[in-house]
Design a protein around this ligand. Structure first.
Ligand code: BGC
Length: 309
């Protein structure tokens, strides 16, 4: 057994939560698994001059995405619906990269609020190049206990919210066309989906249905707008340590159970998603269109079959 096992973090990753780091450390040592080394590559300015909107950007994955886009040189609108103080923190952090950033409150499930948000963004930044449909939530219950209100609420935010923002984005992309000084596409939409767009999830039927819906919404929009050189894709995170799922990674027993579902044997970090979004928004991925990119440490590889079957 390797007693000197250490989680090696590059300097830019100092934000990893200490309790999370400890859990990874203990787990891998107990299981006699190799050291966890986090990616150390810095983000290049591949999005210089582009204008990005990230919904639900005041916490978790959305926050990491907004900051990663700013690192990549984009100006960013940090959408939020509650906790303006948290949104302002993200604005501060993203501005340190030299980007123009502002926060805007809007409920993505409300048509008039979404339209007002796009209007404001176009006033402030001149246009929109990248939209990351990230805002999403869970309201879990067994099917027999799930209220219609909880079903509706999750579908409204996770699916209708993505539809409304995509529609406004496409209107602007088509109006403006390609700005070839910043990108060879006329615009990029990135939908935040989930491994649960393909993995059924008992006790979470509203959430899984919303993500399954995102998958075919994204692909249908992609098919429709491709000739206009508008790229549409999804990122499908697996278990990423954010407050949405703290109960599955915050305690060692729960972490051990979770690792049975993750062949790569580490929980994901919001920054893992940030990097994938930057790549999907950049011309590096210009021929990727209508794809669901799984960022899940192999969660969709049917890990139960590692030994069974
Ligand atoms: C959910 C998390 C969950 C993960 C893997 C995500 O889409 O938001 O709560 O841990 O899927 O099951």
């Amino acid at each position: 057994m390797n007693n000197t096992l250490e989680i090696k973090l590059p300097p830019s990753r100092a934000s990893m939560m200490p309790e999370h780091e400890q859990l990874m450390h203990d787990h891998n040592r107990e299981e006699n698994l190799p050291d966890v080394v986090m990616p150390a590559c810095s983000i290049n300015k591949v999005l210089k001059g582009q204008k990005a909107l990230v919904t639900g950007a005041n916490s978790g994955i959305g926050k990491a995405v907004a900051i990663a886009l700013a690192h990549a040189g984009a100006d960013v609108v940090v959408n939020y619906v509650s906790r303006p103080d948290a949104a302002e923190e993200v604005v501060k952090e993203a501005s340190r990269c030299g980007a123009n950033v502002f926060a805007h409150r809007a409920n993505v499930a409300k048509e008039d609020e979404v339209q007002a948000m796009f209007k404001k963004m176009i006033q402030e930044f001149g246009t929109v190049d990248i939209v990351v449909n990230n805002a999403g939530l869970q309201k879990d219950a067994k099917i027999e206990d799930m209220t219609l209100a909880d079903w509706q609420f999750v579908l409204d935010v996770n699916l209708t919210g993505q539809f409304l923002c995509s529609r406004e984005a496409i209107r602007e992309f088509k109006r403006r066309g390609i700005r070839k000084e910043v990108s060879c596409a006329a615009g990029k939409i990135i939908c935040m989906s989930s491994v649960h767009e393909v993995i059924p999830w008992a006790g979470h039927v509203n959430y899984a249905a919303s993500k399954g819906g995102v998958m075919l919404m994204m692909k249908s929009i992609a098919q429709e707008v491709a000739p206009h050189r508008i790229r549409v894709n999804s990122v499908c995170p697996g278990a990423i340590c954010t407050s949405i799922n703290m109960e599955v990674w915050g305690m060692s027993e729960a972490y051990r159970e979770l690792m049975k579902l993750v062949p790569y044997k580490r929980i994901g970090e919001p920054d893992d998603i940030g990097r994938a979004v930057v790549w999907l928004a950049s011309d590096d991925s210009d021929y990727i269109h209508g794809s669901s990119i799984f960022v899940d440490g192999g969660m969709t590889l049917y890990p139960g079959f590692e030994t069974g079957g």
